[in-house]
Design a protein. Structure first.
Ligand code: NAD
Length: 264
């Protein structure tokens, strides 16, 4: 334990269970003295999130489906009422109908496209605007993205397009909010076996491919994304905004298959 986050209060959105990236970041923040509030999507997940929140002494655990503006409003009024201010937000939320996370991107229907972009991209903007209004002493907003935004990954499809929009929104919001001392960044995580990842076609193949071809010759651990999240939310990164920071064992720099890698 340390004191990097002492005196800081923030909201972590996107914990589904103890394998969630959001949970890894929340634990890292709490271990450094930060105070964390959580939102969850629907009561079934609320039952999982409450004991996790309890285990790090969190008192504020609120329902929030980010497709609903009124629910986002309620979340931030509750935080304002309880805390009066806010120092950081983690947005670790993404969703697309898994029917379209296989096959060809070009076949994505309008409705599936709009929902994926709404939940996976616009929700961060909707949250950031309300959070920024509470960040009187500056703050740090963080979202999670994936290399499928920059390069074509098999099956990632409409999520890749949504993540590209999300990464662009990080840059636009960094420019908008910099004047208020509010930083906006993304972590581009390597593949990790989570609930969300299980919706992606051939995910085990993607994990193996990364393990064999990344410079570090392994996949990233949840705790490593947690540590990078802590950096982005703390004053250690106070000179950093508009950044997409890769935490992926270096896979994003690779141009070709590792000749030493075994066949998968
Ligand atoms: P996860 O399933 O643990 O978390 C995804 C969360 O999104 C869940 O808590 C779910 O409840 C929430 N969510 C979905 N729709 C929502 C809605 N309408 N309202 C509120 N919440 C909603 O999986 P994860 O892998 O920890 O995902 C967190 C983030 O990390 C996502 O943005 C994901 O795209 C990103 N990411 C994951 C990986 C990976 O390999 N797991 C890699 C890079 C980026």
């Amino acid at each position: 334990t340390g004191t990097l986050m002492r005196g800081k209060r923030g909201l972590v959105m996107g914990v589904a269970n103890d394998r969630s990236i959001a949970w890894a970041i929340a634990k890292a923040v709490a271990a450094q003295g930060g105070e964390v509030a959580f939102t969850y999507q629907g009561e079934a997940l609320g039952k999982r999130v409450r004991p996790l929140a309890d285990s790090i002494g969190s008192k504020l655990v609120l329902p929030c489906d980010v497709s609903d503006d009124a629910a986002i409003d309620e979340t931030f009024s509750a935080i304002e009422k309880e805390w009066g201010g806010l120092d950081f937000v983690v947005h670790a939320i993404g969703w697309a109908d898994k029917q379209y996370l296989r096959g060809r991107y070009v076949d994505t229907p309008r409705e599936a496209f709009l929902t994926a972009l709404d939940i996976s991209c616009y929700s961060f903007t909707a949250v950031a605007r309300r959070a920024a209004a509470l960040m009187k002493d500056g703050g740090s907003l963080l979202t999670l993205t994936y290399l499928g935004a920059e390069r074509v990954m098999p099956h990632y499809n409409v999520m890749g397009v949504a993540k590209a929009a999300l990464e662009a929104s990080v840059r636009y919001m960094a420019a908008d909010l910099g004047t208020d001392g509010i930083r906006v960044n993304a972590i581009s995580a390597g593949p990790i076996k989570t609930l969300a990842a299980s919706g992606i076609g051939d995910f085990r193949y993607i994990l193996k491919w990364n393990e064999y071809n990344a410079p570090l010759e392994r996949n990233v651990a949840l705790e490593e994304v947690g540590g990078a999240g802590l950096y982005m939310l703390s004053d250690l990164s106070r000179g950093v905004t508009g950044e997409v920071h890769h935490v992926d064992s270096g896979y994003h720099i690779v141009g070709m298959k590792n000749p030493k890698a075994p066949d998968i």
